[in-house]
Structure formats: C-alpha cells, structure tokens
Design a protein around this ligand. Structure first.
Ligand SMILES: *Cc1c(COP(=O)(O)O)cnc(C)c1O
Length: 393
C-alpha cells in the first residue's frame, strides 16, 4: 500500500477522533482505555478542562514571540520547576532528545571551562536518551544506533545499576565529566535501579567532580508518584531533563541545572527558536496546577501500587510471566518470550498499551486513573496474557 509518509513507524490500524479522561474514541465510535497516554505524555488524560482552557486562552493572546524577548510564562514555569526539584535554572526546548542534547552540551562545556577539551560522559546499557546523533550515541541500544555511524564520540556505556562499572570506567578514562542515567529505565523495559546504587553514584560523582545528570523524560512530572523519580532515593542530581508529560501533550522539553552545573551556559552557548514559547509554557503551568490541585502524585502512587498488586496477583504462578515491576503509574510486565502482538490484541479489545524490549508489556496510563479504570485494565489485559501464554505453550 502506498502512503505519503516516510516508513518510520509500523502503526497499529487505528486512529482517534477525540478523548475524555483516560478514554479515546475511534471514527467508528468504539472507545479505548488509554493505558499508554501517548507514551507517557498525556498525563492529565484527554480533554482536561484546565489544560484546554490554558491552551485556548494563551493561543488567543499570543502563541509565539521569541527568546530574544522576555517570556513571562517561561519564567514562571522555570520558577515552579526549580521549586519542585531543588534545581536553580532551566533551559527549555521541545523534546526529550533536545533536553538531553542540551545536557550533553552542558557536560562538555563544563569540561571545556575546566580545561578538559574532550569531555566524556558515562551512560548505561539499555538506556534511552533520544534519536538525535548525540543522544543516540548516549543511548544503550545497539538496534537504535546501527547504521547511523559515525556517531559523536565521548560516550562510555557501562552496565546499569552497577557502581563498580562506573568507577572503573572513570579510572580508565580521566576525561569523564558527567554520568547520565535514567533512575527507572523506560524504553529499556521498566528497569529500576537500587536506592543504594543511586546514593553511592551521587557520592562518587561529587568525589570525582562529575555532573550527575538524570534523564526524567519518562519518569518525571509525577509518573512514579513523586514529582521526579530520583526523589524516592533522596538524592540531588546536578542536571535533570524533562519532556513527555511536562505540558500534557504540547511539545516541550527542559534541562534543569544546579550547583556546579548552574551558570555554565552563558548567552551564545545554546539556544532554541521554539523552546519555552508562551503556548507550551502556559500548558506546562496548567499541568503543574492540575497535579497539585487534584492530588495526582498521591493518586499515581496509590492507584499505581493497586494496579501493580492486582496484576501481580492475577498473574502469580503463571509460567511465562517473569516479573511485574515499576513504580507509580510506570509499570512493566515482563514475559519470558517476545509478545509484541499483545499491543494489537489489546487494542482490538479496547485497551491501549505497548511492548518495549520485545518482552515487556508497558503501562503508562494518565495520572488521573481511577481504581475502577485500573480494574478494567486488569480485566482486559490478564485474559489476553493468559491466552497468549497458552497458545505458546
Ligand atoms: C522518550 C524519551 C526520550 C526522547 O524523547 P523525545 O521527545 O522522543 O525526543 C529521552 N529519554 C527518555 C528516558 C525517554 O523516555
């Protein structure tokens, strides 16, 4: 079949005309429980009144000006993010890749300003940081990188959740200036890291003068039940990157810096045409307001735990189910074999999910998910998993 689109995505055969809450409707009027939220983006669900109002009001006033002028919405959103995270300054952009690209540039500039003109960054196996050349070089996925060489150099990949590996990489390469990691890997299969590892890594970065840079693009903005997933470990990173949920569906990215990472960039170091525009920042402010007013951090933690337990008990003892894991509303069910077909079957049954790393069913529902809706996810998904495993037996 010929299509006007580049052949980048194998899409599921469905489209949506509108949504409300966690529900989406297709052109035939069938409804779907959206347990993926556009891959962790639509954190308030669909047609959220506060978000819609903020966007429509801002659009009617002014959509874009430029970063060569003051943008009050951007300043306000930065102040809110700093207060929530303990960071000191924010550089906005338009996506997760761009936020990480900014972090990579910051780590290099930090090195440069300290006499290290070939800064290296340690990143993790099975990590995901984006599709630009720089973030691909940082990403721990052979599959994503293959065929796009030569990629920028200066990245060292080490096993995830392994402190000795980071220390040894730093011993071998004196030009390391930063470590970049997800504290809960998303694309990598909803893989958590240990609290002890994160605390020791924080101490190691401080000891060696490295920036600790945490990619919260997927895990941030309330997804795990705290504003940022690293807050569960009680650590203070030097850099945080954000995107996906930050403006509830409007493209946005942000890099937050503090301590040694703050004040590294100066006018001319970095920039963006669209980043931090009035529309995206008005949306971001509405998202933060809604999360606070509607108690969505508590909801994500409570309903997430409920959903995880419900899935774990419904799947307990089933051969072929490796693990149910994750935190808040960032959950994965790992099966013993590739199960990509389940995304299609779930869609046909009225449930939107996806499968990452071939074997991990991923759930990233809107933070507004109710207990009844969580029960509906279990009610659709568990029989599909059981049927799939029975066929394969
Ligand atoms: C999605 C994602 C990215 C890339 O974000 P884009 O907006 O697709 O560029 C980077 N890091 C993590 C952890 C992600 O989940």
């Amino acid at each position: 079949m010929s299509t006007p689109l580049a052949n980048i995505y194998s899409r599921l055969p469905v489209s949506f005309t509108h949504g409300k809450g966690v529900w989406l409707w297709d052109p035939q009027g069938r409804k779907y429980l959206d347990a993926l939220a556009g891959i962790g983006v639509s954190c308030l669900g669909h047609d959220h009144p506060g978000l819609v109002q903020a966007i429509t009001q801002q659009a009617a006033r002014v959509i874009h000006t430029s970063n060569i002028y003051e943008v009050p919405q951007q300043t306000q959103l930065a102040a809110r993010l700093n207060a929530l995270s303990g960071m000191e300054e924010v550089a906005f952009n338009n996506s997760g890749s761009e936020a990480n690209e900014a972090a990579i540039k910051l780590a290099r500039y930090y090195g440069y300003k300290n006499g290290n003109t070939h800064a290296h960054i340690i990143t993790m196996d099975s990590s995901w940081h984006g599709r630009t050349l720089g973030t691909l070089a940082a990403t721990g996925s052979e599959k994503a990188r293959k065929g796009f060489e030569p990629l920028p150099t200066g990245f060292i990949q080490v096993p995830y959740n392994n402190l000795a590996a980071v220390r040894e990489a730093g011993d071998r390469e004196p030009r390391v200036t930063a470590v970049l990691l997800e504290v809960l890997q998303g694309e990598g299969g909803i893989r958590p890291s240990d609290t002890e590892y994160l605390r020791s890594l924080r101490a190691l970065c401080t000891e060696r003068g490295w920036l600790m840079m945490i990619d919260e693009v997927q895990s941030g903005i309330g997804r795990t039940g705290k504003w940022f997933a690293h807050q569960w470990a009680g650590i203070e990173p030097d850099v945080i990157t954000l995107a996906k949920g930050l403006a509830g569906g409007v493209p946005i990215g942000a890099m937050l810096a503090r301590g040694p990472a703050a004040g590294v960039f100066t006018p001319g170091s970095h920039g963006t045409t669209f980043g931090g525009g009035p529309l995206a920042c008005a949306a971001g402010l509405a998202v933060l307001d809604a999360i606070e007013k509607e108690g969505l951090l508590d909801n994500a933690e409570r309903i997430g735990e409920y959903l995880k337990q419900a899935l774990a008990s419904a799947l307990a003892g089933l051969p072929g189910v490796t693990e149910v894991r994750g935190r808040g509303l960032m959950l994965g069910i790992e099966l013993a074999r590739p199960c990509g077909i389940l995304a299609l079957r779930a869609m046909e049954a009225g449930l939107l999910i996806n499968v990452t790393r071939d074997k991990v069913i991923r759930l990233l529902p809107p933070l507004i998910l109710t207990q009844d809706e969580a029960d509906q996810i279990v009610g659709i998904l568990v029989p599909l998993i059981k049927q799939f495993l029975a066929e394969q037996a």
